[in-house]
Design a binder for this molecule. Structure first.
Ligand SMILES: Nc1nc2c(ncn2[C@@H]2O[C@H](COP(=O)(O)OP(=O)(O)OP(=O)(O)O)[C@@H](O)[C@H]2O)c(=O)[nH]1
Length: 223
């Protein structure tokens, strides 16, 4: 996906807020950012969620940042997710840092067929801790789980890293759609819970929710 900060700020992305302030078609909003190395599948992940389609073919790296809106219903509440797709390339890092501050949630992707994208997750988490809000929701995603023949990162390695940082983890495929919706629904549920929690309501545990709902690749016998 292509886009520029200026274009995004001007509402050039589909994300311009169109609901009338008198009758909003949603109950709350949340800003979500997709982060991770170039080529891990952030744009495809967003398109799969938004349109149910997979962009195959020539890889066109994102320029800068752009966003899309999607309203999801969780626990009777309509949550408008404003989803920001960032460029993974190093040269755009200073642009994307400026957008971290008011994000409520971050989807941090690596590619299970690309070791350096996994190794760089620690550096991404360092940046997140430097630029994002302290209580930002983070979900770690091992994408391209459909390409089992080229897998170089075991699912257990993703799980171990996620446990170390105390974040939920799942493997996903922007191609087949595996766990794509779940990643956003988990975030929407967490944001809804934070926004309207009653004193005697049991707390929502995003990690438990993800563990109970996530699908595992049918062929994941890589050792
Ligand atoms: N098999 C497979 N290919 C994928 C998947 N997700 C993305 N791809 C492919 O990986 C390449 C990169 O995908 P993008 O979504 O453009 O990657 P990106 O993370 O947005 O990259 P930047 O914009 O540079 O940050 C494309 O050729 C996609 O078709 C997936 O889940 N499975």
């Amino acid at each position: 996906m292509t886009g520029t900060p200026a274009a995004a700020a001007a509402g050039d992305g589909e994300g311009a807020l169109r609901s009338s302030p008198c009758s909003p078609s949603y109950d709350l909003t949340g800003k979500v950012m997709l982060l991770g190395d170039s080529g891990v599948g952030k744009t495809c992940f967003l398109i799969q969620f938004k349109d149910g389609a997979f962009l195959s073919g020539t890889f066109i790296a994102t320029v800068g940042i752009d966003f899309r809106n999607k309203v999801v219903t969780v626990d009777g509440a309509r949550v408008k997710l404003q989803i920001w797709d960032t460029a993974g390339q190093e040269r755009f890092r200073s642009v994307t840092h400026a957008y971290y501050r008011d994000a409520q949630a971050l989807l941090l992707l690596y590619d299970i067929t690309n070791k350096s994208s996994f190794d760089n997750i620690r550096a991404w988490l360092t940046e997140i801790h430097e630029y994002a809000q302290r209580d930002v929701v983070i979900v770690l995603l091992g994408n391209k789980a459909d390409v089992s023949s080229e897998r170089v990162i075991r699912s257990e390695d993703g799980e171990t890293l996620a446990r170390e940082y105390g974040v939920p983890f799942m493997e996903t495929s922007a191609k087949t759609g595996m766990n794509v919706e779940l990643a956003f629904l988990a975030i929407a549920k967490e944001l809804k819970h934070r926004a309207g929690r009653q004193a005697n309501e049991p707390s929502f545990q995003i990690r438990d929710y993800v563990e109970s709902q996530k699908k595992r690749p049918s062929c994941c016998s890589f050792v």
